[in-house]
Each structure stands twice: as structure tokens, then as C-alpha cells.
Design a protein around this ligand. Structure first.
Ligand code: DSN
Length: 413
């Protein structure tokens, strides 16, 4: 960072301090990960200098010949990784990927959408009233069955027949169990709706064959590239060839202008990394780690939503402990463990307080941590949750967190 240190020491200091936080702490936010140096180099490259509105071979600016190569590599690798007929790698984020699909398929202020509610595991952009998606469409929502805390496809089907939506959205941000994408597609077909699967959280698991994949099953699959896919912060869309033109037009010029070509190049890099056999092994370890961590928490007497996990995340219900998600998040933060408060299915508190915590294993698995470390992390978490106000416990846990993190450098090579 020698240039940055000279030009803007304040921002250089922010980066140094954040690097230190990442190195010394344990990142357990389910939607975060740590990218490779190769991804960082592509993102920080001179590819940020140019406009490339349009698509490879059809740009609105001259001088895009090398950008075409980068974008084609990203598209082709995404198609290969997921077995998709078509890929669009230009959405700046997962929300923008979702927005493009809504724009491509639904009429504003008229069409109905059926999606999972935010409080029960869905995402803001799946029709929350505070998001553009809830303001622009007639949104009806499904949740989980309150006893099993899992999706009840029969109930979703009944709702779909009652609502007759134009679009059914599946996929979640806080759902610890496997989602049956084929069941969603069958429901959509039975009511003549489009079906969109947002696999932002589980994209790596789907690409690795650990979770069933919606690609080629539902009409549209959207994702982010920075969660289990372990790439730069961004979005992408996949669909069959028959929907390629409408998707591409909805992204550009429908919703975005110039694509972020340095990010697209970094997407290509992460997709190349994801095509290696070791990526499958990485995703298998994410799930193994989550299962071990979940068992440690259960054995300590904590309640997990739905009783456990099938994927990379789990939700702790803190009601029995008389603790809010906010209090637990704050106490764990003081001990160097980063998690986020999260609503749970029978939530009674506001999203700023919540009764739950969401915990995920993608980032610690990237650092090389395995079952033994999950056992230690589970013990550290429970010590904090059972003694959130005890400064002695928090500082002892913080020391142990730093020791553990120190043994697993972020960039070991
Ligand atoms: N906000 C992300 C998450 O944390 O799940 C999803 O976009």
C-alpha cells in the first residue's frame, strides 16, 4: 500500500486496522468469506479504468477488446461450473440480480409475487415492504412451519393457488436446511408462474453438488459471488437460452449502466478457482464444520432453529437464555467473534434487537479450520452466551480467539 500510505494515510490506516481485525478475529457471519490474493489482484487492477456498456462483441465504447475476453471467461466459467445455458455476470450485487429478474418478468404496481418473508429467512429484496421489491409489486409471503421450522411445500402450494402470482421466489438468507428447488418449480408450473431461485448463500454448495442445484430446474437463478462462491462482492444470473435476451436487456440497459469490469475479471478468477476439485472439498468441509459447531452448541444446551443444520449456517434461538440477539452479538464482538443478530421464526422483537444469532462457517473454513477448531469455537461461543456481562470471561475468550486465529493466517502462501 505504499502509494495509498502517501496519498491517503487515513484510508490506509482504515485498511490496516481492518486487516488486523480480520486476522485476529473469527469471522462467523454466514454471508461473508475471504477471497484469494488472485481475486484481490484482479479487483485492484487497472480494469477499473474503463467503460464497457453493452456485452462482449456489442459494446457502446471503443477499446473493449480485452474486457470482452474477461467477461467471456467469467460467463463461460460460470456456465461450466453450474451447467447453465446462459450466464450474465454484470449485476453489481445479488439484490440487483433479483431486481433484473423482476424487471424482466413483472409489471410494476400490478403483478403479484410470492416469496419467503424476511423474518423467517427470506431476503430484503424478496419483497420486504422496506425494499423496492415490496414497494413495486404486490407481495404475498410464505414462511416456515412454526413447529418444524422448515419449509412446508404443501402450504406454499396452497398459497400459490390462492394468490396466483406471476413470480415465485425461493432461496433464503437465514434458512439452515436444504431447499427443494424442484418442488418450488412444480408449484410455479401448477399456477403458471415464473420461478426464481436466489442461491446467494449456497451457490458454492450447489456448484459442488452438496446441495441440489436450481440451475436448469427453475426459470431463473440469481446469486452473489462473494459468499460460499468465495469471489468478489457482486451478483450474477443464470437461465436457459430462451430467457437469455430478456435477462441481458433487463440488466443492461434496463437497470445498470457501465459494468464494473475489474469485478467481472475477479469473478472470472473466483470461478476458475471454483472449478478446481479442491473447491468441492472446501464446500464439503464448510458443511462438516457447520454440523460439528451446531452439535457443540446443542450439547451446551442452546436451541437451534429447526434443531440443526444441513448447510453452512445455523440460527441460535436465545429466548431460553433471556438474551437478545443484539446483546449476544455485542458480547461476542467484544471477544473477537463476529456474528450477526437475526430474527427467528416466532420472532417477537424488532430486527435491530432480535431473539436469534446467525452463525456460518464459510470464512473460518477458508482459513483451514476443521472439526477440532469448530469444537473450540463452539465452546468459546457458549462461554460468552452464558456469561455475556462477565468482563473476565470476555477477555479470556478474546485471548483464546486471537491465539486460535493466529494459527490460521488468512493468506498462508
Ligand atoms: N445481507 C446478506 C446476508 O447477510 O445474508 C444477504 O444479502
Amino acid at each position: 500500500m505504499s502509494n495509498l500510505e502517501k496519498v491517503d494515510p487515513e484510508i490506509a490506516a482504515v485498511i490496516r486496522r481492518e486487516q488486523d481485525r480480520q486476522l485476529r478475529g473469527l469471522e462467523l457471519i454466514a454471508s461473508e468469506n475471504l477471497v484469494s490474493r488472485a481475486v484481490l489482484e484482479a479487483m485492484g487492477s487497472i480494469l477499473t479504468n474503463k467503460y464497457a456498456e453493452g456485452y462482449p462483441g456489442k459494446r457502446y465504447y471503443g477499446g473493449c477488446e480485452f474486457y470482452d475476453i474477461a467477461e467471456n471467461l467469467a460467463r463461460d466459467r460460470m456456465k461450466q461450473l453450474f451447467g447453465a445455458q446462459h450466464a450474465n455476470v454484470q449485476p453489481h450485487s445479488g439484490t440487483q440480480a433479483n431486481m433484473a429478474i423482476y424487471f424482466a418478468t413483472m409489471e410494476c404496481n400490478k403483478d403479484r409475487m410470492l416469496s419467503m418473508s424476511l423474518t423467517q429467512g427470506g431476503h430484503l429484496s424478496h419483497g420486504s415492504p422496506v425494499s423496492f421489491s415490496g414497494k413495486m409489486y404486490q407481495v404475498h409471503q410464505y414462511g416456515v412451519d412454526l413447529e418444524s421450522e422448515t419449509l412446508d411445500y404443501g402450504k406454499v402450494g396452497e398459497l400459490a393457488h390462492a394468490v396466483k402470482p406471476k413470480m415465485i421466489v425461493c432461496g433464503a438468507s437465514a434458512y439452515p436446511r436444504e431447499i427443494d428447488f424442484r418442488a418450488f418449480m412444480e408449484i410455479a408450473e401448477s399456477v403458471g408462474a415464473y420461478c426464481m431461485a436466489d442461491i446467494a448463500h449456497i451457490a458454492g454448495l450447489c456448484a459442488s453438488g452438496i446441495h441440489n442445484s436450481p440451475v436448469g430446474v427453475v426459470h431463473f437463478t440469481t446469486t452473489t459471488t462473494h459468499k460460499t462462491l468465495r469471489g468478489p462482492r457482486g451478483g450474477a444470473i443464470m437461465c436457459n437460452q430462451e430467457y437469455a435476451t430478456m435477462v441481458d436487456k433487463a440488466v443492461f440497459p434496463g437497470m445498470q449502466g457501465g459494468p464494473l469490469m475489474n469485478t467481472i475479471a475477479a469473478k472470472a478468477v473466483c470461478l476458475k478457482e471454483a472449478l478446481r476439485p479442491s473447491f468441492k472439498e472446501y464446500n464439503r468441509q464448510i458443511v462438516k464444520n457447520a454440523k460439528v459447531l451446531a452439535q457443540v452448541l446443542l450439547d451446551a444446551g442452546l436451541r437451534l432453529v429447526s434443531g440443526g443444520t444441513d448447510n453452512h449456517l445455523m440460527l441460535i434461538d436465545l429466548t431460553r437464555q433471556g438474551l437478545t440477539g443484539l446483546e449476544a452479538e455485542t458480547a461476542l464482538g467484544k471477544a473477537g467473534i463476529t456474528v450477526n443478530k437475526n430474527t427467528i421464526p416466532r420472532e417477537t422483537k424488532s430486527p435491530f434487537v432480535t431473539s436469534g444469532l446467525r452463525i456460518g462457517t464459510p470464512a473460518v473454513t477458508t482459513r483451514g479450520m476443521k472439526e477440532q477448531e469448530m469444537q473450540m469455537i463452539g465452546d468459546l461461543i457458549t462461554r460468552v452466551i452464558f456469561h455475556p456481562q462477565d468482563a473476565g470471561v470476555l477477555s479470556a475468550v478474546h485471548r483464546e480467539v486471537s491465539e486460535l486465529a493466529g494459527k490460521f493466517p488468512i493468506y498462508p502462501e
